[in-house]
Design a protein around this ligand. Sequence first.
Ligand code: C2E
Ligand code: MG
Ligand code: MG
Ligand code: MG
Length: 288
Amino acid sequence: AAKAAGRRTSRFFEPAMEAEVRARRVLETDLRQAITDGGFEVYYQPCLSLQDNSITGCEALLRWRHPQRGMISPADFIPIAEETGLINQLGEWVLTTACREAATWPDHVKLAVNVSPVQFKSGTLALKVITALAASGLAASRLELEITEAVLIRDDDAALAILHQLRDIGVRIALDDFGTGYSSLSYLQRFPFDKIKIDRCFVTDLASPEGSSSIVQAVVNIAADRRMTTTAEGVETEQQRELLRALGCSEMQGYLFSPPKPAADIRPLLTTHRQDPLAARPARKRKP
Ligand code: C2E
Ligand code: MG
Ligand code: MG
Ligand code: MG
C-alpha cells in the first residue's frame, strides 16, 4: 500500500508541485522586472474617527499592475517578495513614495505604512525610515508603521530593541491584524504599541448572535488601559460602524467609507470632507 501511495504521489502530486514552483519562478522574474520598470503603484485607504467621522489618516497599500495579468493582489506577491528578499527594495519604495505623498496632505492626516517582518529584521529599517522622512519633509509624528505579530514571535529582545529604536525616531507603531495568527495578549503588555488594528474577521462577525463583540470589547478595554488606540479593519456596514462606536473603538477603516484608491482620488477627500466624510461620501459600490 505504501509503495502504491508513493507511486501515486509521484504521478499526480509532483507535477502539480513542479508547476507551482515554475509559476513562482516566473512571478519572481516578473517582480524583479517590475521593480526596475516601475510597475507598482501605492493606493491609499482613509481611516476615520468613530467619534466625529473625520479622516485621521490613510494606509498605504501596494498595487502591482502586471503587464499581462492585470492587477495582482499583494496577498499573491508579497510572500514571494519576502522569500526572495525583494520586499526590502519594494518596501523602501513604498515608504519613500508614500511619505512624499503624505507630505502634501493637511497636517492632521497621518500616514500608515505596512512593514514586512523581513524588513523589520533587516537591520536597516530605522535608517530607511529616517531617510524617507528627511527626503519628504514629513514629520515623524505623522508616520505610523504597521507590523504584524509575526515579528514578535521568537526573538523578543531583538524585536523590542527595534521597536524602541523606531519610537525614538518619533514614529508611531501599530499592531496589524490583531487577533489572527499567533496573537497573544502578553504582546500588548510587553511591546510599546500606539495602536491595535482589530482584524476584519472580528468586524465581519460582530453582529451575529454568537458574535465577536465581547472579544472586540476586551481588546478595546485593554487598549484603553494601556493608552493605545484601536482601529477596526474591514468595516462594510452602518451596523458594524454603530456597534464599534458603541464598544468604544477609536477608528474605522473599510469599504463603508472608501476602498483603497490612487493618491489623486484620495487627495480631494482629505481637504474637502473634513467635517463629516460619511455624510458627504458618494454612493457606495460593493467592490473596489
Ligand atoms: P492589511 O495591512 O491588513 O490591509 C488591509 C487589507 O484589507 C487591504 O487589502 C485592504 O484593501 C483590505 N480592505 C480594506 N477595507 C476592506 C473592507 O471593508 N472589506 C474587505 N473585504 N477588505 C478590505 P490589500 O490591499 O489587498 O492588502 C492585503 C495585505 O497585503 C495587507 O493587509 C498587508 O498585509 C499586505 N500589504 C499591502 N501593501 C503592503 C506593503 O506596502 N508592504 C507590505 N509589507 N505589505 C503590504
Ligand atoms: Mg495594514
Ligand atoms: Mg490589517
Ligand atoms: Mg490584513
